[in-house]
Write a protein that binds this ligand. Structure first.
Ligand SMILES: *[C@@H]1O[C@H](CO)[C@@H](O)[C@H](O)[C@H]1NC(C)=O
Ligand SMILES: *[C@@H]1O[C@H](CO)[C@@H](O)[C@H](O)[C@H]1NC(C)=O
Length: 526
């Protein structure tokens, strides 16, 4: 009896508390195209929003690995299958591409996105979303502009989540132009302190990207969503420019500082968390050695079974000569010639391993998530960057001095062994990354809490339009005052010309007067 009354009291009290804490709102998390690793970066935020009582719907091509409280997962076109199919169709063997020095052709990729976008709009579950209403949309904008038609139709405040540190062309949609004089474009890998030639290059790159987006990419995207949802939908730039907030997965301790407005919030490190205890089999395997262990993973997109046989043998041979235990993420659990100190696993709790006290180094492809996690946990790297942003992450690690990077194509057995020994024996790499880790973690709030705070802030203030600077309404020429500078130059030029003209006619007049005065005299003396 008594306990019943108590629980009733608790229930009433609890629900009162709940109402006070935050009212539950409907949030849509949206992406049509996503890689597993991109989704991984923002899922902790989604999980936390669900825990805090919001009603969250995730519409994306990748299902979450585990069910979460208050989170409804809706699958679009299977992203993992799609990626595999794409890789097969286009013969995008990532190891081979690296060996042949090929980069992903953005135009080829784009043609592919187009098809995925059209098909996604036709799905009944996506059509059904159009009939619901939401209080906020959280969207991952990378390669997802096509979903902007849906965003516009739902008429809810938009928060963007950039899975990498915010790109210049995204920031400028909300009225923040990063000066190309000291913010290098991510594609070039230039230092922040650039000489004239580097600034010249950087500026040209920025212009080229703008031109591609403006003339090729955006018109195509707009054509698709207008075809599916109606001709009244504004341009992609306008819808992006209406975003209430951008969460950027970056931090000034990693990349050099950028001028941000209050509506762009750095939440880099959002998915990093202290290590949890390991499953027993892994812990036992690590304990078997006395010299710690090494983690080796090439990420989720690069499939181990595509690795050329000679490379696999070379790596295995190096590992077999080490005193350390080695954990290798691989698609199957066995290999015929596996040495005793090496364990293969399809899935590894990467963060828990990186945070383990016995880890010596991480041999990695330098993906964004992996690099960030090793910074958070302070683990030095041996890097095999393959393509895209992996090269930049390796560059970042080099700048901060905690990587020995190798070229996948040319790396020999000796080089790999030397790299591993260098990290093991030279403490500078570990010291550097631990110093960086301290800087990265020194913040008033954990980035996840910061992200939750700002999402709820936008909810509380119905889009928080007061965060927007007046810069959003200006075009490029107005923003930089080029129109005004041109006006000043014109006025000054005209003024100078007028003064010049007046002076010229004055001197002519004077000359004539002087000549006229002199002339009579001259005639006399003659
Ligand atoms: C959405 O609503 C419209 C009109 O209310 C209805 O005709 C349509 O069948 C609904 N679509 C879905 C997928 O529920
Ligand atoms: C901007 O967002 C508001 C909701 O916050 C929406 O009602 C409006 O239609 C949006 N406008 C554009 C151009 O996207």
């Amino acid at each position: 009896m008594k306990s019943k009354g108590l629980s009733l009291l608790l229930l009433v009290f609890g629900s009162l508390l709940n109402i006070e804490q935050c009212s539950s709102e409907k949030i849509l998390v949206l992406s049509f195209i996503s890689t597993k690793s991109h989704k991984l970066t923002y899922m902790p935020l989604v999980e936390e929003l669900g825990k805090r009582g919001h009603d969250v719907t995730v519409l994306s091509p990748i299902l979450s690995p585990k069910p979460m409280k208050n989170v409804r997962d809706i699958m679009t076109i299977d992203g993992v299958n799609l990626m595999d199919k794409f890789i097969k169709e286009q013969n995008f063997d990532l190891f081979k591409m690296k060996e042949e020095n090929k980069q992903m052709n953005p135009f080829l990729m784009f043609g592919w996105f187009e098809g995925v976008c059209r098909d996604t709009y036709d799905l009944p579950q996506v059509q059904a979303i159009l009939n619901e209403s939401f209080d906020l949309i959280l969207m991952q904008p990378m390669f997802n502009d096509c979903a902007l038609g849906l965003v516009y139709r739902l008429k809810a405040p938009l928060v963007l989540f950039s899975p990498v540190s915010i790109a210049n062309f995204l920031a400028e949609k909300v009225g923040v132009y990063f000066p190309p004089s000291f913010i290098p474009n991510v594609m070039l890998g230039l230092p922040a302190e650039m000489n004239f030639f580097q600034r010249f290059q950087n500026f040209g790159m920025e212009v080229m990207i703008r031109a591609t987006l403006y003339f090729l990419y955006e018109p195509k995207v707009e054509e698709i969503y207008r075809e599916k949802l109606g001709n009244d939908i504004p341009s992609a730039s306008e819808i992006l420019g209406n975003a209430s907030l951008i969460l950027s997965n970056g931090h000034f301790s990693l990349h050099s500082p950028k001028p941000l407005m209050p509506d762009i919030v750095d939440v880099g490190g959002l998915h990093s968390a202290p290590a949890e205890p390991l499953p027993k089999d892994l812990e036992d395997f690590i304990k078997k050695g006395k010299d710690g262990f090494i983690l080796f993973s090439m990420g989720s997109a690069i499939k181990g079974d595509m690795m050329p046989e000679a490379k696999r043998k070379m790596i295995l041979s190096v590992f077999s000569k080490l005193k350390q235990q080695v954990l290798w993420k691989w698609e199957s659990e066995t290999m015929p010639d596996l040495p005793k100190n090496v364990k293969l696993s399809k899935w590894l709790p990467q963060q828990d391993l990186l945070g383990h006290k016995d880890i010596k180094m991480f041999i990695t492809h330098c993906g964004g998530g992996s690099t960030e996690e090793s910074i958070y946990h302070g683990v030095p790297l041996v890097g095999f960057p393959m393509l895209g942003d992996q090269l930049l992450n390796a560059e970042l690690a080099k700048k901060h001095g905690f990587i020995v990077d190798l070229d996948w194509n040319d790396a020999t057995e000796e080089q790999l062994m030397d790299a591993i020994q260098e990290i093991l024996n030279n403490p500078k790499y570990r010291n550097n990354v631990q110093k960086l880790s301290t800087l990265f973690k020194d913040r008033p709030t954990h980035p996840k809490d910061l992200a939750v705070y700002w999402v709820e802030y936008v909810l509380r203030h119905k889009g928080a339009t007061h965060l927007r600077s007046a810069g959003r309404k200006l075009n490029y020429w107005q923003y930089h005052s080029y129109d005004v500078i041109l006006a000043y130059i014109t006025i000054i030029t005209v003024l100078l010309y007028v003064i010049y003209a007046i002076l010229r006619s004055l001197t002519r007049l004077l000359c004539r007067l002087v000549r006229n005065k002199k002339d009579p005299k001259k005639q006399k003396t003659n």
